[in-house]
Each structure stands twice: as C-alpha cells, then as structure tokens.
Design a protein around this ligand. Structure first.
Ligand code: LMR
Length: 448
C-alpha cells in the first residue's frame, strides 16, 4: 500500500517513528513485532481515475508529540473514506496477546452501516465472534450523506468498546472508497418500500443502488471478495450486483436466507419440544419472500427425519410453512420496524458457515448463483439452496435432497417469482426486452 505523507514538518525523531509506522503498515500484524511504540495510522486513499492526493485529514500527523489522535470525520468537502479517531493510532504490537499468532488483517466493508442491523452486527464482528480470536479486522463503513453523524456515532461506540481485534474503522459515503480491498462486503443498506410504492418501483430503486455497488466492488474490492446481500429484495439485488461485477467470481455472491433457516429451526424445535440445536438439515429454497420454501421434508431432529418426530403433516405443510414465510411481517407489527438483531445474528451465522467446516452430514441455506445447480432451477438466478463449506470461504451446493411433489410445486412458484423479478430488472443486468409482470402475491416477508 502506498502512503501519502508529508514528513517535511516533522522532527527527526518523528520521521524515524514515521518510517517505523510505514514499515509496520506494510506488514501490519505480520511477523515483525517491534518494541517501539508505533502510533500513527492513516488510511491511504486511491481511486480509479482520480489523482492520488495527500491532503486528507488525519490531524495526528501534524503533531510533534502525539498522545491521542483527534477524531477524523467525514466532511462535506471530502467524501473519501477515512480512519476514525483511535483507529488512526497504531499500537505497540508487543503489548498485544501473542501478536505473532494473529492472522493477516481482514477487511470487511459494510453498507447501511449506520442502520439498526449493522449496529448489532458490527460489534459481533469486532468482538471476534465471527472470524475467531486470532483474526484482526478492519471495518470500512459505508453511510449516506444523511447518516454522517450516525456513522460517526457507530465509530465512537466501536472505539469505546476497546475490542483488541478491531484494528481499523474507516468511514465513507462513496462505495468506490469504502469497498477498496474489501475481502467481505455486507450489503445491508437499501430503501424500504414506501406507502403506495409498487414492488416494481422498489426493485428499480434498490436495483440501481446494487448495480452501482456491483460496479464499485468490481473496480476496487479484493478479487475474491465474498458478498452477502441483505437489502431487500435481496435475491434479485444480489443478481444485479453480481452482473455488474464481472471481475468477481459469480459464486461469491450470496443473498441472505439464513434468517429464514433460523426461523424455521426455531419453529420446528418449538413444535417438537426440543432445544433448537437438535434441529439440523433445514433448507430454505428460493426467494427471501413469502414464496420461500422452508423444507421440512429433508430436515432432521436429533438425526431423525422431522416427519418421524412431528407427525402432524397438515401443521408442517400449512402452519409451519406460513409462519416462517411471514415471520418478518409479524415481527414488523410487534416492533414497528424490520427485524434487526436476529438479522444481524443470521448474517454472522452466514459468514461463520463459510469460514467453518460444515458439520458432517449437515448443510446450511444461502441464496447463491444457480449456474449448473443440481436441482434443475433456471441457471441464471440467485436462489436459496442447501450448501456446505470446507471453511475456506467457498461452498458447494449439496445434491440429492429428496424433492417430493409438495416441495417441487412450491419451489417452482418461488423460481417463477424470481424469474419475474429478473425480467423486471433486465435494464440493470445488461439485458434487453425486460418487462414487469410480477405475480400479484409477490411479497417480501415483511409485507402482508
Ligand atoms: C425479514 O425477513 O425480517 C425482513 O426481510 C422483512 C422485511 O420485509 O423487511
């Protein structure tokens, strides 16, 4: 990484320390711990097509005796991503617990970072819960013009939490800056459907956001970035994002259906009178919408088919299925807003599932690109299916699940819904002849 630093105003000792900082930065948390205190952290800004500049604000570099950094804020005239407050400081690595055992810094970009879901999620990631106690993390937080203050509020709370693994927090309102070098991109920010808004309008408004973010990821993110789309309608938003990021493997794009899987497990556990960790092999098929199919046919409780434990077929086919499909809406009625904490938990679960080997015989649900899928789903959708991972960030779709007529009919309905959504956003995925003929009952889980 290059640096933009004017050392002319620094005293000799400061320059020495600056050099030290620069060398540390290039091997940050690598194999060269030092006894000297390194104190300065800056976030270099590079932008395709923009001249690299050295004038962004990180006031610590102007002080001869640095005790504590000033907070660095994003300002109206400077929209670039910048380090925040204490995260502009580098720490004495020898003071850290076994720094040599730490892995290389992992950069995670989050959109909608000032929102309620992020407010739960960021603290889980920073604590080490997701990537483990030996994985230092950098958080690049994307907000909007409107959420500037809230974004800084989030950064302040992260500062005050003193997480040892959290090495950088960078704030920005331009996805081209915030997504730079990201190895994970958690795309949470999206517009909710407003009163009287047609679903086609929602698809168009949010689709444009995800097309733009796809382009930004394509331009500046790590080539193997893993992308999890949460903003609704998340399957089609993920498809749009993917189509606008041809440099990134299509396999790397996910839409979040783990929340639905968690909801399904909870309902099955309740009915069977067991704790939910006894429920496994639950698949959500299809769209994160009311056409999603929570699969009780292949699910297990204590290693036995759910249908051996819960004999009430009518409950499984009707009440269970609809409860999971519409859980988001019921929650909105209770809370007055969409689920946030449980969504954050499920995003963390989704990431953990990709960086932890899947338990033998089990699988998890995530909506992924369908090319070459073993279930005969149209090859150009983002569709929730059963997957397993070796823990390397990659996954494979689990083949050979039993698809009985009941499942097949419902999976088809969800596929049809996604095909209709795809036609609606043809203009955003580089296809001609789009038209919007959404089925009337096409709804997000939160819409009833
Ligand atoms: C959820 O499933 O809780 C959300 O996707 C609901 C919504 O429509 O925002």
């Amino acid at each position: 990484m290059g640096h933009c630093l004017d050392t002319s105003s620094l005293h000799g000792a400061e320059v020495g320390r600056q050099k030290l900082t620069n060398s540390l930065r290039s091997g940050f948390l690598g194999s060269k711990p030092t006894k000297s205190r390194a104190f300065l952290r800056i976030s270099p800004v590079k932008h395709p097509g923009r001249q690299q500049s050295c004038n962004f604000r990180c006031s610590v570099i102007q002080k001869s005796q640095v005790q504590a950094p000033d907070s660095v804020t994003i300002t109206a005239d400077n929209k670039r991503v910048e380090c925040y407050g204490v995260f502009c400081v580098m720490y004495d690595l020898n003071q850290e617990e076994q720094p040599k055992t730490w892995k290389k810094l992992l950069r995670i970009a989050v959109s909608g970072a000032a929102g309620t879901i992020s407010n739960h999620l960021l603290f889980k990631i920073a604590s080490g819960e997701v990537f483990g106690p030996d994985q230092p993390v950098a958080l690049n937080l994307l907000g909007s013009e409107r959420s500037r203050n809230a974004l800084e509020g989030v950064a302040m709370e992260l500062e005050d939490s003193l997480y040892p693994l959290l090495r950088e927090v960078n704030l920005g309102i331009d996805s081209y800056d915030v997504f730079r070098d990201a190895e994970w991109a958690l795309l949470i920010g999206a517009k909710p459907r407003g009163p009287g808004m047609e679903r086609a309008d929602l698809l168009d408004i949010n689709g444009k956001i995800f097309a733009e973010q796809g382009k930004a990821l394509n331009a500046v993110a790590n080539q193997n970035v893993k992308v999890i789309v949460v903003g609704n309608p998340c399957n089609t938003n993920a498809l749009i994002c993917m189509k606008n990021a041809p440099r990134i493997p299509k396999k790397n794009f996910h839409a979040l259906t783990r929340l639905d899987e968690n909801r399904a497990k909870c309902q099955l556990a309740l009915k069977a009178g067991v704790f939910y960790d006894n429920v496994s092999n639950v698949t959500i098929w299809g769209n994160h919408s009311t056409t999603q199919v929570p699969d009780f046919v292949n699910a297990k409780i204590n290693g036995k088919p759910v249908t051996d434990i819960i004999k009430d077929k009518k409950w499984l086919e009707e009440e269970f299925t609809q409860t999971v499909q519409k859980r988001g809406g019921v929650l909105i009625k209770k809370w007055g807003r969409s689920s946030a904490a449980s969504t954050a938990v499920s995003i963390a679960d989704a990431m953990k599932s990709l960086v932890t080997p899947t338990k033998e015989g089990d699988w998890f649900s995530t909506a992924v690109y369908t090319a070459g899928n073993p279930y005969g789903i149209d090859n150009d959708l983002v569709f929730s299916m059963p997957c397993r991972s070796k823990g390397d960030g990659d996954y494979e779709v689990v083949p050979d699940l039993q698809i009985n007529d009941w499942l097949a009919e419902r999976i088809k309905k969800s596929e049809d819904e996604l095909l209709a959504e795809r036609r609606c956003v043809a203009h955003l995925i580089g296809e001609a002849n789009g038209y919007c003929d959404l089925p009337e009952d096409t709804m997000l889980p939160g819409e009833q």
